[in-house]
Design a protein around this ligand. Structure first.
Ligand code: ARG
Length: 458
């Protein structure tokens, strides 16, 4: 389709090296949608007759059918998805097919196709995020009022409701969905009409094409429009950040499912055994999702690096945008769905959680707060309680087992009510600020999320 000025055919190696149809055929249906809207604009501009337009539309419709049914004969020698479809159209309807590429270049065409493709992908990843949020809400709900230790530095820190811990991930996934929504807003801009880089002497009704394709805006600089892949970088970035969140969720899951923690029981259908050690039950899904986050980061780096230093406008390097984008969409989508399924079936071991959370050391901070309420500055209170912790460790007894004399010696402010306040339930009940984990607050937020998710999915 570009051989006019050449007297030799491309070498076999060049063909194999440069073809993209083996992967960009995934854009086929979006390419066809873009071509239909383009053809309609050509007809409105008087460049196609009514009959020619309907021949093109029905030819493209047939091709879409063949692709959907797997009957379409893809040809590597036709380089990419765009030329495959155009050649098939011309083979079907004759010379009229050759009019389709009027006032268009593959440079604005491929930019459009990828934007259309990402619109769908953004929407399905948002739906998959909602699905995982739903599974996590279920898990949080099954936790009931169960308390587990919350950790900092992976050292037991303070008790938290299990639901609060799980809801933290629901919040993260909400921000992730927001990032995909943002990416979609900037992706849904029409580049068609930008030609190779300098538009076309044949001006088409771009706003009409955008409307037909459901895009909110048309690009305002033809060079920018064919060179821009920011929207793909944003998509990959949203995938990478979501992957980071999933990886942390998976790491918590791996820990919780270990014998050492024993907080969470994963379903048999979501764990694997060892070919050597018969007792093993491994959390492979969580490990794989954690591991695949590396691919999501790699894909973002890959595209950023490809684009870095490219002069305006289109360069063939940009053909390398597609595989990372496809891979991130597939990888993240698969992780979100399987994690949702895994958490749907996961069960808490509330006995193990309660035993781990029962250690009075976890509420040592509450003693400091107790002294603060009696007028001691926090730093001093912290110091006092620190000495009592050291004393209890030295004697090998729990904090609650220290004698009143010991407390009094550390600070005269300790009264008979001091030991009673070392209680995880009491401690949590008084953590009532917005965002804090009192059981009422957590229940409130859980209900809020259920409502929110129901309306988001609606
Ligand atoms: N397959 C190409 C890509 O994905 C399409 C655009 C090719 N344009 C060109 N002038 N060779 O980037």
């Amino acid at each position: 389709m570009w051989h006019g000025r050449f007297s030799k055919n491309p070498s076999e190696r060049l063909r194999a090296y440069s073809e993209s149809v083996s992967f960009d055929r995934r854009l086929a249906l979006h390419d066809i949608a873009g071509s239909k809207a383009h053809a309609a604009a050509l007809q409105r501009a008087g460049l196609l007759s009514e009959e020619e337009l309907s021949a093109i539309l029905s030819g493209l419709g047939e091709i879409a059918g063949e692709i959907n049914e797997g009957r379409f004969a893809w040809r590597e020698d036709l380089e990419d998805v765009h030329m495959n479809i155009e050649a098939a159209l011309t083979a079907k309807i004759g010379a009229t097919g050759a009019k389709l590429h009027t006032a268009r270049s593959r440079n604005d065409q491929v930019a459009l196709d990828l934007r259309l493709w990402l619109r769908d992908e953004n929407a399905s990843l948002i739906a998959a995020l909602r699905r995982l949020q739903g599974a996590l809400l279920g898990l949080a709900g099954r936790g009931g009022s169960a308390i587990m230790p919350g950790y900092t530095h992976l050292q037991r820190a303070q008790p938290v409701p299990a639901a609060h811990h799980v809801l933290a991930y629901v919040e993260m996934l909400e921000r992730d969905a927001g990032r995909f929504e943002d990416a979609a807003r900037r992706a849904e801009v029409l580049p068609l009409g930008s030609g190779a880089l300098a538009g076309s002497t044949i001006a088409l009704d771009r706003a009409g094409i955008a409307r037909e394709l459901g895009f909110a805006a048309v690009s305002q600089n033809s060079m920018d429009a064919v060179a821009d892949r920011d929207f793909a970088c944003e998509f990959l970035s949203a995938c990478a950040i979501t992957g980071m969140h999933l990886s942390r969720l998976c790491e918590d899951t791996v820990l919780w499912a270990s014998t050492e923690f024993g907080f969470l029981k994963l379903g048999d259908e979501h764990t694997t055994g060892s070919s050597l050690m018969p007792q093993k039950k491994n959390p492979d899904i969580a490990e794989l999702a954690r591991g695949r986050t590396g691919r999501l980061y790699g894909n973002l780096m890959s595209l950023l690096t490809t684009l870095k230093g490219l002069p305006l406008a289109y360069n063939r390097d940009m053909q390398e945008d597609k595989e990372p984008v496809f891979d991130s969409a597939d990888t993240l989508g698969a992780s979100l769905h399987i994690l949702a399924e895994m958490f749907d079936a996961a069960e808490w071991n509330t006995v193990r959680m309660a035993a781990a959370a029962d250690d009075a050391l976890l509420v040592a901070t509450d003693w400091a707060d107790y002294l603060v309420r009696k007028g001691l500055p926090f730093r001093e209170a912290h110091e006092v309680v620190g000495r009592l912790v050291a004393l209890s460790v030295e004697r090998g007894v729990g904090l609650r087992d220290l004698e009143m004399d010991d407390l009094q010696e550390a600070s005269k402010l300790f009264g008979p009510d001091a030991t009673g306040c070392l209680d995880a339930k009491l401690s949590l009940a008084s953590r009532t600020a917005e965002g804090a984990p009192s059981p009422d607050r957590v229940a409130e937020r859980l209900a809020w999320w259920k409502e929110r998710l129901a309306s988001a999915v609606r």
